[in-house]
Design a protein around this ligand. Structure first.
Ligand SMILES: NC(=O)c1ccc[n+]([C@@H]2O[C@H](COP(=O)([O-])OP(=O)(O)OC[C@H]3O[C@@H](n4cnc5c(N)ncnc54)[C@H](OP(=O)(O)O)[C@@H]3O)[C@@H](O)[C@H]2O)c1
Length: 234
C-alpha cells in the first residue's frame, strides 16, 4: 500500500466517482470513498475491493462534515465529485432544491477542503468537479449552471490560498456511459453527440483519465479542464 497518503473520493459510490475510486484502489493506494449512506458506501467499497473503504458524508449538511471525516488520515489526493441533480428554472423557482444543490456543491465542497487541511501535505492536490452546464446551459439548468460556474471560482481561489497544494477543476461534458444517462432514449444521446466535433461522447474512463492528470501532474494548477469532445456552442 502507498505510504504517502490516501485518496478521498467524495461521491465515490456511483458513476465517475466510483470509477475513480476503482482506479486508485487498483494501484494499491488507500482509497476512502463516500456517499450519504454508510451501508451503501461500505458495500461499494467491498465490491471494489483491495484498499477501498466506504464512509458516510452528506455535503448538503456541511456542519456534519468534520465528524464524518474524523477517521481519515493523511491525504495525498482529494477528488470532490458528488452531485444531486436539480431541474430548476427561474420562472418556476424551487428554493429548497436550489438551496440543496448550492449548499452541496459550493459550501459542502469548501467545507471538505477546510476540514481536511490539517491532513494535506505540500504535495497534495485537489480536484473539484463542475460540469459543462457552466458554459452550455439547457432548459432547467439554472442552479446546475450556476454552481458549476461557481466551481471554477472556488478552484481558482483555493489554488491561490493553498499553494503549494494544487487545486484544479474538472468539467465533464455529457458522459454517455455514466448511470445518469442509462435508460435515456438513444435519440437523446445521439442528439448530444451530433453536437460534438469528434461525433463521440466522453466515457467515464476519459473523465477518470483527466482527473488523474489534474491530481498527479505537478505543474497543472488553477485550471478548468474541459473533457467534452469539443462540444459546439449550440
Ligand atoms: N455524468 C455526466 O454526464 C456529467 C456531465 C457533466 C458533469 N458531471 C459532473 O460529474 C460529477 C459526477 O457525476 P456522475 O454523473 O458520475 O454522478 P452520479 O452517478 O449521479 O453520482 C453522484 C454521487 O454523488 C453522491 N451524492 C449525492 N448527493 C450527495 C450529498 N448530499 N452528499 C454527498 N454525496 C452525495 C452520490 O452518493 P449517494 O447517492 O450514495 O449518496 C454519488 O456517489 C458531478 O459533479 C457532475 O456534476 C457529470
Amino acid at each position: 500500500m502507498s505510504t504517502d497518503g490516501c485518496i478521498v473520493v467524495v461521491g465515490g459510490t456511483a458513476g465517475i466517482g466510483r470509477e475513480l475510486s476503482r482506479y486508485y484502489a487498483s494501484t494499491g493506494r488507500e482509497t476512502v470513498l463516500t456517499g450519504r449512506d454508510a451501508a451503501r458506501a461500505e458495500a461499494v467499497a467491498a465490491e471494489i475491493g483491495g484498499t477501498a473503504r466506504g464512509i458516510a458524508l452528506d455535503l448538503a449538511r456541511p456542519k456534519t462534515i468534520r465528524d464524518a471525516l474524523s477517521s481519515v488520515g493523511p491525504v495525498r489526493y482529494l477528488a470532490i465529485v458528488a452531485i444531486q441533480r436539480d431541474d430548476n428554472t427561474i420562472r418556476d423557482f424551487d428554493i429548497d432544491r436550489a438551496l440543496e444543490l448550492v449548499t452541496l456543491k459550493l459550501v459542502g465542497f469548501a467545507e471538505v477542503v477546510h476540514v481536511l487541511l490539517d491532513r494535506l501535505s505540500p504535495d497534495s492536490s485537489i480536484v473539484l468537479f463542475g460540469g459543462q452546464a457552466k458554459d452550455r446551459p439547457y432548459p432547467g439548468s439554472t442552479t446546475v449552471s450556476t454552481v458549476n460556474g461557481g466551481i471554477s471560482g472556488l478552484a481558482r481561489t483555493l489554488a491561490w490560498e493553498l499553494a503549494p497544494i494544487r487545486v484544479n477543476a474538472m468539467h465533464p461534458g455529457i458522459t454517455g456511459d455514466s448511470p445518469f444517462w442509462h435508460g435515456k432514449p438513444p435519440a437523446v444521446l445521439e442528439g448530444h453527440l451530433s453536437k460534438t466535433i469528434t461525433k463521440k461522447l466522453a466515457t467515464m474512463d476519459d473523465i477518470v483519465d483527466g482527473t488523474r492528470f489534474l491530481l498527479e501532474n505537478p505543474s497543472v494548477e488553477g485550471i478548468d479542464l474541459v473533457v467534452d469532445n469539443g462540444r459546439m456552442m449550440f
